[in-house]
Design a protein around this ligand. Sequence first.
Ligand code: TYD
Length: 138
Amino acid sequence: MELIRWLDFERLGDNRGELIAIEIGVDKIIPFEIKRVYYIYATAPGISRGFHAHRNLKQIAICVSGTCKMVLDNGTVRQETIMNSATRGLVIESMVWREMHDFSPDCVLLVLASEHYEESDYIRSYETFLEEQACLKN
Ligand code: TYD
């Protein structure tokens, strides 16, 4: 099973440099209505982030600068990828455990989210995540 799934954005760059646009309601490339955008940057050396899943939230993560490593885990399969391209977005479905490691100092990770921030949507314990996954499968 492939957990690492990318959306490739159209590049509007020219000889001055690169540009990517995502127009809400016009471009059908994002598979949900974007309700929130946030970005992770200036991550301190040696710090890893994430370590949670979302019950309902879907996200697209775009590494617009630098690099980091993304680990996705659906309770059965655990896969990782290097995030280092501003031209593609990683699809993170609901009920997928994610961890982010090895941030470069210049890493900016832009996230498009399907829902507003809601703490009750988070599963921050890996054991709870596995239990809830098992319930979904049964
Ligand atoms: P958190 O999701 O724990 O970050 P990460 O998964 O990258 O380790 O979020 C860190 C803090 O920011 C936490 O207190 C919740 C808050 N937060 C918001 O208020 N709004 C948001 O959209 C996000 C993503 C986090």
